[in-house]
Every structure is written in structure tokens, then in C-alpha cells.
Design a protein around this ligand. Structure first.
Ligand SMILES: [Zn+2]
Length: 356
């Protein structure tokens, strides 16, 4: 009798043990493929996951459960295996957004996790001159005006979204040939470059004939090169002191009023002419546009380190109307980029000089 009880007890124990053993190990026996299928993925989708996602992330997918968007992420041409975690995290926050936008934003490598995914943000990060610090301003500005992404970036990088003369910073004298003087950056009243030299002879026909040494040498080289193409160039107005600009600006205000004067003349301290790095050539009037000299300058000045400083179509970035006669020395390498990328000094400065 006692023996029987022991045997029954043993059988019972084995049964209970087997039940628990199989119950708890049931899941372990399933392959991940089966587990994904159990969540609702098709067998093809499950294999896609196995193929494209690293093992460490399988459980993350099981946690999320079936979500067609995960498959769309994996199917994207831009999919990067190493960024899977980031896609998922960002996707969970931005479920209503376009998957491709999410992927573009994450692939940019910028820290944008706190910004909602949008097609505007996705197109901004693809731009060459995108600066991540400015992202809030790009989005604010881009959502308030109907302009293309490139222009949004140009406007914000140049501070033009803030309004001209709305903020005032000292120009950085350590920037050398790239010093920025515009409707935000200004020179002090007593600033005069220490290395001004005079342009004379065929190089000059104006009273303000001084330029900084390096710029003057480049200017003469440019004039000589133009002459070989039968183009005669000369300076009309180069360095102008703060006091000179005071008189000039006051005269313009009396004639046209402040609002109009601000469109073509700089306020004292805000004139690039005080930098000694620019020259008004030949004919300081709109009639200079389209002349052989103006066309030659537009196409060739950059080879000598000069840029057309206030181009047509960039008035809202520079704050000045088109001035076909005003050329600014920045050095050859900067001039080449500005010319080839069709940007302004403001945009160049924000991206290549100021960006940390
Ligand atoms: Zn000028």
C-alpha cells in the first residue's frame, strides 16, 4: 500500500513538473520568426526583420507589436541598420509623420529628437548651409512665410529674419579679410584699418582711394587682368571713414527720408567702406548694370578674391538694393565658394566663420 502511494506521488510530481517545464519553455522554443508571425507580421515581413535588424533589437520589435510602419522603415532605401533604435524612438513620438521624413531627419545625424518630424524639417536638414543651432528659427520663419528651404536658411543664417538693425553686434576685427560689416555687425567710430594704401594712376579716379594693402594688391591685379580683355576698370570710392559716412548718410536722409536712405546707404559704422576692403568701381549708378565692365566683374572678380557684395535677388538677405559697382575683397578661396554657391557674404560668414 505504502509503495503504491509513493508511485502515485512520483507520477503526480512528474506530471506537474512536466506541465510547468513545458509551460514556461513554450516561448523559448519558438524561433523569432515565429514570434514575429505571432505578432501579426507575414512570414516575408518576419524575414525582413531578421535580415535587416540586429538581434539586440528583436525584443524591442516584439514589445511594440505589429506595426506596418516598422516594415516601411526597413524597406526605405535610406535605412541604416545602425540607426534602428533612433528611428524607432523618433517614430514612437511622431507616429503620424511621413516615414521617409523621419528617416531623413534621423539620418542627418543632428540632435532633433525634441522637434516634431515634418517635411519642412526633413528638407531643411538636407541643405548644405543648414546650421543646427538655428533650427528653431528656420522652423518659425519657414512656417510664417512661403519661400523655399534654401531661402529660409539664407534668411535666418544672415539674421535677416530678425529685421535689419534689430540687433547690433561688434564686427570681429580678428576675422581679417572676412570681417562682416552689415546691418547687424558694425565697426566702432574710431576704427580705421592700420594698413591702408593708396590706389593711384590708372587704378583710381576717386577721392576715396585707400584700401587695405592685400585688397589693394588684388584690386590692381584684377584691373590689370581686365585690361588684357580690353575692359577698363578703376576705383571710384574705397575706404570711407566713420565721419565721412555720417555726412553722407545725413545728406541722404535729408534728401529721401530715413526709410529710403536705409535701402541704399549704410548708417555710420555699418558701412563696409569703413573696412577698407571694398571698392565702388567705374560708375556708381544703376546704369552700370549690363555694361561690359559690369559683366566682366560679375564673371571674373572672384578669381582675384572679390565678390559682388549686393547681388540682384538677394536684397532681403543683404539689406541693400542691387549694386553692380560695389565689390568686396574676401580672398580667393572664400570668393570662389561665394561665387560658385551663389551665396552672400552673410551666408558664407554664418557657416564658415561663425559656426562653432
Ligand atoms: Zn559701395
Amino acid at each position: 500500500m505504502k509503495k503504491k502511494i509513493v508511485i502515485i506521488f512520483c507520477i503526480l510530481f512528474l506530471l506537474i513538473f512536466s506541465f510547468f517545464f513545458f509551460y514556461f519553455n513554450k516561448d523559448e522554443d519558438l524561433s523569432y520568426e515565429d514570434k514575429f508571425v505571432n505578432e501579426g507580421y507575414s512570414s516575408d515581413e518576419a524575414n525582413l526583420i531578421l535580415d535587416k535588424v540586429s538581434k539586440n533589437d528583436y525584443d524591442l520589435i516584439l514589445e511594440i507589436g505589429y506595426d506596418k510602419s516598422l516594415i516601411n522603415i526597413l524597406n526605405s532605401n535610406e535605412f541604416d541598420e545602425n540607426k534602428f533604435d533612433d528611428y524607432i524612438k523618433y517614430y514612437m513620438k511622431n507616429k503620424d509623420s511621413n516615414i521617409n521624413d523621419i528617416i531623413t531627419i534621423i539620418n542627418s545625424g543632428y540632435d532633433l529628437t525634441n522637434y516634431p518630424a515634418s517635411s519642412l524639417l526633413a528638407s531643411l536638414v538636407k541643405e548644405k548651409y543648414y546650421i543646427n543651432e538655428n533650427v528653431s528659427r528656420y522652423l518659425d520663419y519657414g512656417n510664417s512665410v512661403d519661400i523655399d528651404t534654401k531661402k529660409i536658411i539664407a534668411m535666418v543664417n544672415s539674421n535677416a529674419d530678425l529685421g535689419f538693425y534689430s540687433n547690433s553686434y561688434d564686427s570681429n576685427l580678428n576675422d581679417g579679410n572676412l570681417i562682416l560689416v552689415n546691418k547687424f555687425y558694425h565697426l566702432k567710430e574710431d576704427y580705421t584699418p592700420s594698413d591702408l594704401v593708396s590706389l593711384s594712376g590708372n587704378y583710381n579716379k576717386g577721392t576715396n582711394n585707400k584700401m587695405r594693402n592685400e585688397a589693394a594688391l588684388a584690386f590692381m591685379e584684377m584691373v590689370d587682368a581686365a585690361k588684357l580683355d580690353n575692359i577698363i576698370l578703376y576705383n571710384m570710392s574705397a575706404f570711407r571713414s566713420y565721419d565721412y559716412q555720417v555726412n553722407l548718410y545725413d545728406r541722404y536722409i535729408k534728401r529721401d527720408g530715413k526709410e529710403v536712405a536705409d535701402k541704399y546707404s549704410a548708417r555710420p559704422g555699418y558701412s563696409e567702406h569703413q573696412s577698407g576692403l571694398c571698392s565702388d568701381l567705374n560708375n556708381i549708378s544703376d546704369s552700370f548694370e549690363g555694361t561690359d565692365e559690369a559683366i566682366w566683374l560679375k564673371n571674373n572678380a572672384y578669381k582675384y578674391g572679390f565678390i559682388l557684395r549686393f547681388p540682384k535677388g538677394k536684397e532681403d538677405i543683404t539689406g541693400y538694393k542691387y549694386e553692380p559697382w560695389h565689390y568686396r575683397y574676401v580672398g580667393v578661396s572664400a570668393a570662389k565658394i561665394i561665387y560658385e554657391d551663389n551665396i552672400t557674404l552673410e551666408e558664407y560668414y554664418a557657416y564658415y566663420v561663425e559656426k562653432k
